[in-house]
Design a protein around this ligand. Structure first.
Ligand code: ACO
Length: 388
C-alpha cells in the first residue's frame, strides 16, 4: 500500500471555500468591512424604509425598480399564485407536529412541479413564472404549517398585500397594520445576501441543470442549519433560557467562558455590525415597554446581551450581531411561533435564490470543486473470510 502522491499535494486548500470567488453577479453587494448591503445597487436602508417585499422581489428578479404598471402586474401575478393544491394542504395537515416545520415546507416545495405544466420548461420566461409561483406559494405553505396548529387552513385573501396575507392565512384574522409593516420589513431584509451557503447550494444544484424547484429545495435544506438560517430560532431559545433581563450578564459570561457560540453573532463576511441587524435593532428598541411581558422581557434580554457581546467580542474579535439575533423578539411580537422562523426566512430568501439561479444559467458552468485526497491507494483486496 502507498499514500497517494500526486499533483494536488501542492495545491492550497481553502477550508469552507473562504475567500474563493466562483462567479460574477449583478444582484447583491455585501460590504463586509464597511457594513453595507446593496440589492441591485440600492442600499438596504432605503429599501427597508421605502419599498415593499413585492417591489424588492421584482427588483431582484428583473434587475430594476418597476414602474407602477409593472409593479401592479407583478403583484397580480403573485396573488394569482397564492393558493395551494389540496394535496399539499393535506400533506401539511398530515405531517404537522411530526417533523420540524422546515422539513415540511421543504417537502411541500419539492412536490410543486406536479402542479406546474411548465415545471421542466428551461426558458428564462418560464423560470421567471416559476419564481413568482415559488415566492407566493412558499409563503402560503409556511402560513398553512403555522395555522395547522389551530387545526384550520385559511384560504388566501387577494385584497391583502403579501405580508398581510401571510398573517391572515396564519391567524385567520385580518392583520394588524403595524405588525404587517414590520413583517414586510423583515421579508425585505432577508430577501437576498449574495453567495451565502443556501444560495451557493441552490446554485450547485442549478449548475447541474436540475430545474428551479429542485434548486430551491436544495437551498431550503441548506438554510435549515443553526450556523445559517436556523440561528434565529436558536437565539430566541437562548433568550428564553435566560428568562429575566437581570440573568443576561451571568448567562453570557458562563457561555463564553465555556467556549459556547452565541447564536446570532458572527458572520463569514461582515467583520463589523450587520446593517440588517442595525435596522431590526431600531425596531426592537420600540418594543422594550410593550404591554406583553414576554415581548418586553425578550427585548430587554436581547438588547442587554448585544451590549455585552459588542464589548466582549465585537470590539476585540470582530464578532458582531448578525440579522438573526434580534429577529426572535420581533417575530414574537408579530405573533409568529419559533418553529416558523426558519421556514419564514426561506419564504423571504426565495426571490434571492431564484434571481441567482436564473442569472447563473445565462452562462452556466457545472460547479465541481476538488478535494485533496489524503488516503491510501493500491490496497490489496482481502476476501471477507480472511479479514480480522
Ligand atoms: N459566539 C462566540 N464566538 C464566536 C461566534 C459566536 N457566535 N462566532 C464566531 N466565534 C469565534 C469562534 O469561536 C472563533 O474563535 P477562535 O478564533 O478563538 O477559535 C472565531 O470567532 C472565528 O470563528 P469562525 O467559526 O472561524 O468564523 P466563521 O467565519 O467560520 O463563522 C459563523 C461564521 C458560522 C456565522 C459563526 O460566526 C457562528 O457560528 N455564528 C453563530 C451562528 C449564527 O449566528 N449564524 C447565522 C449567520 S447569518 C446567516 O446565516 C443569516
Amino acid at each position: 500500500m502507498n499514500d497517494w502522491m500526486g499533483e494536488d499535494e501542492s495545491q492550497e486548500i481553502h477550508k469552507g471555500l473562504e475567500g474563493i470567488y466562483f462567479t460574477e453577479s449583478k444582484i447583491c453587494k455585501v460590504d463586509g468591512q464597511g457594513g453595507r448591503l446593496y440589492y441591485r445597487g440600492y442600499p438596504i436602508e432605503a429599501l427597508a424604509l421605502k419599498s415593499s417585499f413585492e417591489e424588492v422581489c421584482y427588483l431582484l428578479l428583473y434587475g430594476k425598480l418597476p414602474n407602477k404598471p409593472e409593479l401592479n402586474n407583478f403583484i397580480s401575478g403573485m396573488k394569482g399564485e397564492r393558493s395551494l393544491p389540496k394535496e399539499v394542504i393535506n400533506l401539511i395537515k398530515e405531517t404537522s407536529g411530526r417533523a420540524h416545520a422546515m422539513d415540511i415546507a421543504r417537502t411541500a416545495i419539492s412536490i410543486l412541479p406536479a402542479y406546474d405544466k411548465n415545471a421542466y420548461d428551461a426558458s428564462e420566461e418560464a423560470n421567471m413564472g416559476k419564481a413568482v409561483k415559488l415566492i407566493s406559494k412558499l409563503a402560503s405553505i409556511v402560513a398553512a404549517i403555522g395555522s395547522s396548529s389551530r387545526g384550520r387552513y385559511t384560504a388566501p385573501d387577494n385584497s391583502l398585500s403579501h405580508a398581510e396575507n401571510f398573517l391572515y392565512m396564519l391567524t385567520g384574522k385580518k392583520p394588524d397594520k403595524e405588525k404587517a409593516r414590520l413583517l414586510d420589513t423583515m421579508l425585505i431584509l432577508h430577501a437576498e445576501h449574495s453567495s451565502n451557503a443556501s444560495t451557493f447550494s441552490s446554485l450547485v444544484t442549478g449548475s447541474t441543470l436540475a430545474d428551479l424547484y429542485a434548486s430551491v429545495t436544495a437551498g431550503m435544506a441548506t438554510l435549515k442549519g443553526p450556523l445559517h438560517g436556523g440561528a434565529d430560532e436558536a437565539a430566541l431559545k437562548m433568550m428564553k433560557e435566560i428568562g429575566e433581563p437581570e440573568n443576561t450578564e451571568r448567562y453570557i459570561n458562563e457561555a463564553l467562558n465555556g467556549k459556547a457560540r452565541i447564536m446570532g453573532f458572527g458572520h463569514r463576511v461582515y467583520k463589523t455590525y450587520d446593517p440588517r441587524a442595525k435596522i431590526i435593532k431600531a425596531e426592537l428598541e420600540l418594543l422594550q415597554n410593550d404591554a406583553s411581558k414576554e415581548v418586553s422581557n425578550l427585548t430587554r434580554i436581547a438588547l442587554t446581551a448585544e451590549q455585552l457581546m459588542v464589548e466582549k467580542l465585537g470590539k476585540t474579535k470582530g464578532i458582531w450581531p448578525n440579522i438573526d439575533f434580534f429577529a426572535g423578539p420581533v417575530y414574537t411580537w408579530i405573533g409568529i411561533a419559533p418553529e416558523l422562523f426558519t421556514p419564514l426566512f426561506a419564504a423571504s430568501r426565495v426571490p434571492g435564490w431564484c434571481a441567482h439561479i436564473i442569472e447563473y444559467w445565462r452562462s452556466n458552468r457545472l460547479l465541481r470543486p476538488l478535494e485533496r485526497y489524503t488516503g491510501q491507494v493500491d490496497l490489496e483486496y482481502i476476501e471477507i473470510e480472511d479479514r480480522e
